[in-house]
Design a protein around this ligand. Sequence first.
Ligand SMILES: [Zn+2]
Ligand SMILES: [Zn+2]
Length: 249
Amino acid sequence: MNAYLLGYTGSMQRRGVSNTSLAVTAEGRTLLVDLSGSPVQALKEADIDPATIAGVLLTHTHIDHIYALPSLLHQLWLGGRTEPLTLIANGPTAAFAKRLIALFDLERKKGFFPLVWHEIEEGDLTIGSLSLRLFPVIHGVPTLGLSVQHHDKHIVYLADTVYTHMWPSYLQGADILIHEVAGLSEKEETLAGKGHSSARQAAQCALDLKAKRLILVHLPEDPKDDELLLKEAQALFAPSELPRLNVPY
Ligand SMILES: [Zn+2]
Ligand SMILES: [Zn+2]
C-alpha cells in the first residue's frame, strides 16, 4: 500500500499545489480521498492509472475537499469507464455530493457508469484489498477521519479537525499519520474556533497515537511559513515532515 498526496494546501491554493487530497493504492486498485484540483491530471502526474480507481471517500462538504467531484466523474466517463464506482461519505456529505452530480446532469450521460453509495457515519468498509475504518472528527461540519490498513501497513488521515484526545484506539501505532496544520501554536485558539489544528497539536496527536511518522498537510497559503510549522512539529515529534507531491508514502 502506498499513499500519494495529490495536493496539500488548505483552502488557498499555491503555485503548482492544489488543496489537500490523496490517492491510496494497493494491488492495482486506488482509493481517492477528497477531490480537489484536477484529479485525473494529478493521478497521471503520480503515474497512477485513473482506471484503477475503485472508490472515492469524501470527508466533508467544505469546498476545498469536494469541488472536483464532477470533473473526476466526467473524466472517467470520457475515458470509457463502465465499472461501478464506490462513493463513501457521511449522510450530509453524500446528500451534498449528489446535488453536485445532479447539477451537471452527469448520470444522464449516455452509458454513464453506476455510482454505488456507502453512507457511513462510523464503521468499516473494504475497497479492493484496503481495509477502511471511518470515524467522526471534530470540525465545523460533520467530517470523517480515515484509518486504512493493508497487510501490516497502517495509514491514518485526519483531514480538517480540531485537536482532541478522544480518538478511537484502533488509530494507535499508525506507520504514517497525515494530519492537517493550519498555523502555529500561538494561534491555537483561533484555529480551533475554525475547526483546525496547529503544528504543535498535529505533533501532539502523533505522540498520542504513537505514530511512526507525521506528514503535515492542509498547509496555509504562504510556503515561507512551512519551515516554521515543521520546526514547531519536530520540536515535539522528530519524525515530522513537510508534504511532497506524487511520491509514494
Ligand atoms: Zn479544508
Ligand atoms: Zn473543512
